[in-house]
Design a protein around this ligand. Structure first.
Ligand SMILES: NC(=O)c1ccc[n+]([C@@H]2O[C@H](COP(=O)([O-])OP(=O)(O)OC[C@H]3O[C@@H](n4cnc5c(N)ncnc54)[C@H](O)[C@@H]3O)[C@@H](O)[C@H]2O)c1
Ligand SMILES: O=C/C=C/C=C(\O)C(=O)O
Length: 486
């Protein structure tokens, strides 16, 4: 039975209050092990270790030395690829075929993605004319922000954690990570890799627990935390933003979405079906960038719906190690109850269930898992809660539209603004529509094609700030101006 302990100042630490909670596999509800909940004592120790590490050897590392060390961390994750893969799939239930192509490779790559940016990014400089004619030179200097609190969700545990830890450490900060209570394994394992690679103690710390009145709240309210980066639900982001306001700590918030796919009649039908299938059902629909609203130009609507139903019927649920499986369970029974409540709400709101809508019979061995049927609805009103609220499951609503103006208004009629996809072979229309969509990322004839240098983040209720490329620099460093009188 595994023990998931906190990782503080380079050592694994059990909970002093002996507050352990179960970690169960959503495939069959089997017990994976016990997670050691960090109390205020453990969180305080982790933050103070991170603070102290800034003044230790880590504070003397040059940028080149930090980058070399983080590249080593990435390489070590890849050397221990199978362990990370096994841990992630046990925690989440996702197919190995998915985690081996997305979660683990990106979990490592995120430590390298930022190196090029840091090496090639100049800081500003200005020459100022002065009355005495001798002038002055202004030089920008970037310094680490300090101790960064990193609060993560359960859907892509390793990827979304290192997407923050990578640039944070590359910029010379130290971190205290609070992984989701549902998925502690890969973040815990990363502590071993940090030690193996010689990352100084206190640079990378992990505290386990929940949100309110637990590690999440203790961490985000700790006065020695200099900035907070959070990925999770919008309502949680609002709470964390309030915590960050005490002491004016900067925040980076990557929150919820209710993303639209816009399918024009002139699209490449099979490309649009393949991309929309992935965006709606990959990771059992538990992707913030995923599609839950599909708008199809009327002449194509019936054909597109028929093709989507065919492909949904082909999805193969099964254990992560089942090479034929391409569809896993939801992350927990608690989350499945939430998604099933929307399946029931859809019926009450008058949806036609085109396919799915319930719980599959997975047989005796898997009957304890958080399995759910991939589902397509049609016929709902635009103001239906199922069309407006984030469900975060394997489900989407298809609706026909008749004009470009109409579909842009429909797509933007949401409090969220995270992502969208546009499918058409008419390039100028694709760009024209993309420019009008209120979302941080718009894909044209693609989905989840990620350039790690590009700005990444949400508008409106989907978040604050941008991560990726130079945008991470703004959050993970302080920019100082030094004025030199000549
Ligand atoms: N925009 C993005 O990039 C992105 C990526 C992945 C997931 N998400 C969003 O995350 C959500 C699903 O993840 P989730 O259910 O883990 O989200 P969540 O908000 O319930 O939890 C996220 C993390 O916050 C912690 N937390 C909860 N309450 C807290 C509090 N009061 N103070 C401090 N920490 C607290 C949790 O323990 C967890 O570690 C969805 O809404 C999804 O859209 C967004
Ligand atoms: O569920 C949300 C997925 C977010 C993905 C990223 O943050 C990324 O690809 O960097």
């Amino acid at each position: 039975m595994q023990e998931f302990k906190n990782f503080i100042n380079g050592e694994y630490v059990g909970s002093s209050e002996d507050r352990r909670f179960e970690n169960r596999c959503p495939v069959d509800n089997s017990l994976i092990g016990y997670v050691h909940e960090a109390g205020q004592r453990e969180v305080d120790a982790a933050v103070k270790a991170a603070k102290a590490a800034l003044k230790g050897p880590w504070g003397q590392f040059t940028q080149a030395q930090r980058i070399a060390l983080l590249n080593r961390v990435a390489d070590r994750i890849n050397e221990r690829f199978e362990e990370f893969l096994e841990a992630e799939c046990r925690d989440t239930g996702k197919p190995r075929s998915l985690a081996s192509h997305i979660d683990i490779p990106r979990g490592a790559a995120n430590f390298k993605a930022f190196s090029e940016t840091l090496n090639n990014q100049s800081t500003e400089g200005f020459r100022l004319d002065t009355p005495d004619g001798r002038g002055a030179i202004n030089v920008g200097q970037r310094t680490p922000k300090g101790v960064i609190a990193v609060v993560c969700p359960w859907n892509l545990p390793l990827l979304l954690m290192t997407w923050k830890v990578g640039p944070a450490l590359a910029c010379g900060n130290t971190v205290v990570v609070k992984p989701s209570e549902d998925t502690p394994a890969t973040t815990t394992l990363l502590g071993e890799v940090m030690n193996e690679c010689g990352v100084p103690a206190g640079v990378f710390n992990v505290v386990h627990g929940f949100g309110p009145n637990s590690a999440g709240e203790f961490l985000t309210t700790h006065p020695l935390v200099d900035a907070i980066t959070f990925t999770g639900e919008t309502r949680t982001g609002e709470i964390i933003m309030q915590a960050a306001s005490v002491g004016l700590r900067n925040i980076s918030l990557e929150c919820g979405g209710k993303n639209a796919a816009i399918v024009f009649a002139d699209c490449d039908l099979e490309k649009a079906v393949e991309g929309t299938m992935r965006s709606a059902f990959v990771n059992c629909g538990q992707v913030c960038l995923g599609t839950e609203r599909v708008y199809v130009e009327r002449p194509l609507f019936e054909r597109f719906l028929a093709r989507m139903k065919e492909e949904v019927a082909r999805l193969k649920p099964g254990r992560p190690e089942d090479a034929q499986a391409n569809f896993g369970p939801l992350v927990s029974h608690q989350h499945r109850d939430k998604v099933l409540s929307y399946y029931e709400l859809a019926r009450q709101e008058g949806a036609k269930v085109e396919i799915g809508g319930g719980v599959p019979d997975m047989g005796e061995a898997l009957s304890g898992g958080a399995w759910i049927e991939p589902t397509i609805w049609t016929g709902l009103a635009d103001d239906a809660r199922v069309v407006r609220e984030e469900i975060f499951g394997p489900c989407c609503h298809l609706r026909p539209f008749d004009s470009e103006e109409e579909v842009i208004a429909l797509a933007n009629d949401t409090p969220y603004g995270l992502a969208a996809s546009v499918w058409t072979e008419n390039g100028s229309r694709a760009l024209r529509v993309a420019e009008q969509i209120e979302a941080g990322t718009v894909w044209i004839n693609s989905w989840f094609l990620r350039d790690l240098r590009a700005a990444f983040g949400g508008m409106k209720h989907s978040g604050i700030g941008r991560e990726g490329g130079v945008h991470g620099l703004e959050f993970y460093t302080e920019l100082k101006n030094i004025c030199i009188k000549l």
